[in-house]
Ligand binder design. Structure first.
Ligand SMILES: [Zn+2]
Length: 151
């Protein structure tokens, strides 16, 4: 059989080792791939850990344009694009159902409210020191239109 040039892309993997609930990656209405709950998740629970390569400030600056950098503290950044758990696929929303907490050097995504099976997981990226304006497509009625915070 001939290989099609437009073969459908295979969904990226969510590493169950870092998940506390069943999650799956699927195409998102917001942006490319998203992460979906495959079971209901109560409020205020650890959902997934954001993993990736831990890099210092010089390297973080060098990779500045890559999409999956998560600033851990004044010194360390985690690049979810390298060895990520799948948490790096969680899309931004202005009305998210997850929040990130940093605990003992780990980035943990917690549920802000009860999440139904089949809902897309979202988080407020909360970018503050970027000069680029990134349009938000979360579609929420309170959408601020851009992903960056402007206050
Ligand atoms: Zn929005």
């Amino acid at each position: 059989m001939a290989k099609s040039k437009t073969a459908s892309a295979v969904a990226p993997r969510i590493d169950p080792q870092y998940c506390c609930f069943r999650l799956r990656a699927a195409e998102s209405k917001i942006h490319r791939w998203g992460v979906y709950a495959d079971q209901s998740i109560p409020a205020n629970r650890k959902v997934i850990e954001y993993r990736g390569e831990v890099i210092g400030p010089k390297e973080a600056k060098r990779r500045g344009k890559t999409p999956y950098l998560f600033v851990l503290d004044d010194h360390w950044t985690i690049d979810g694009g390298v060895g990520g758990s799948g948490a790096e696929l969680v899309n931004h929303s202005c009305q998210p159902n997850l929040v990130s907490r940093i605990m003992k050097g780990h980035i943990i995504y917690m549920s802000l409210r009860a999440i139904r099976k089949g809902e897309e997981l979202t988080i407020d990226y909360n970018y503050d020191d970027t000069d680029e304006t990134m349009r938000c497509l979360c579609g929420h009625e309170n959408c601020r239109g851009i992903i960056n915070r402007n206050d």
